[in-house]
Design a protein around this ligand. Structure first.
Ligand code: FE2
Length: 302
């Protein structure tokens, strides 16, 4: 199957302290709150044409309500819906007009672990801003990474049902997947109980990523890992913990792959995830004991 998926459109997060997370995303992380209604806030990336890249609401515990993939057009939505239905994938509704900011046409389904995934097209684009140089403003969403108990099984599921392509493996514990374009990854899986690992936001270049890191340090935001440059994807990274405990990354310079790319497997070594060797300034990250996301197999409450 040739994938119709072009990129990750947004992630929908729920947190206990909505006010603190909202203020953080707007004022320090430098997203732009475009809309808010009924206790749900929608944040755009200033350099992105997506109407929003993060949806945030209040909940009793931290969870990932869903994430959304973009496809090219309405026909892609219908084709993918029919294919998932024929494959026996658990669906959460038929294709319909969407009511989130930017509208569009789409449907939702549950993946093998119970993550709710949205597929959409025909979403009304916002006008992307050109932020001032060296302002360290995240342009848009880069990728999402989830833990899953069996990485090989999850990768095979996404290859089979969505046509995502493997770009690289880190030993057998992490795998990077890409959509239709040449970007090295839009998604990755890492071994562990099924829950979110991190969400990455794209900076213009490594210099702006470092300036973003400086802004976090000045404001006492906890740097959990980095700065460094990954092997798979060749992107630079700095990971931070948001007030609600979400793991967020500023990244830049993600590799573009040729059409005839052959996936590599990086063997376990001290440099496997950090070419520069600077990642140890903070990290590599240790996680509190992970537990399955409470939102698994749940319909979207919004
Ligand atoms: Fe990342």
């Amino acid at each position: 199957m040739q994938t119709p998926i072009t990129h990750v459109r947004y992630v929908a997060l729920a947190v206990e302290d909505f006010a603190a997370e909202r203020q953080f995303l707007q004022e320090l992380w430098c997203l732009n709150e475009e809309a808010a209604q009924d206790g749900v806030a929608y944040f755009a990336g200033r350099g992105s044409t997506e109407p929003f890249i993060v949806r945030l609401r209040k909940a009793e515990d931290r969870r990932t309500d869903l994430f959304a993939f973009a496809v090219g057009d309405r026909t892609d939505v219908d084709h993918l819906y029919a294919s998932l239905r024929d494959d026996g994938v658990k669906l959460a509704g038929e294709p319909a007009e969407l009511h989130s900011p930017g509208g569009g046409y789409g449907f939702r389904f549950f993946d093998l672990d119970g993550r709710l995934v949205e597929i959409s097209a025909d979403v009304k684009e916002r006008v992307a801003e050109v932020p001032a140089a060296k302002a360290a403003i995240p342009q848009g969403l880069s990728h999402v990474v989830f833990h899953t108990p069996d990485v090989k099984k999850a990768v095979a599921w996404y290859e089979r049902h969505l046509g995502l392509r493997v770009s690289d493996w880190l030993d057998e514990f992490m795998c990077f997947l890409r959509g239709k374009g040449s970007k090295h990854h839009c998604m990755a899986f890492l071994v562990g109980p099924p829950t979110l690992n991190h969400v990455a936001f794209e900076m213009v270049n490594a210099d702006e990523m470092m300036r973003g890191l400086g802004r976090m340090l000045k404001n006492d935001v906890r740097l959990t890992w980095g700065p460094g440059r990954h092997t798979a994807g060749d992107n630079t990274f700095a990971y931070f913990q948001s007030p609600a405990g979400n793991n967020l990354e500023y990244t830049a310079e993600l590799e573009h792959l040729p059409d005839d790319w052959q996936p590599r497997t990086f063997p376990r070594s001290p440099e496997i995830i950090d070419q520069w060797g600077t990642g140890r300034i903070a990290g590599p990250p240790t996680y509190p004991p992970l537990k399955p996301d409470p939102a698994l197999w749940a319909n979207d409450p919004v």
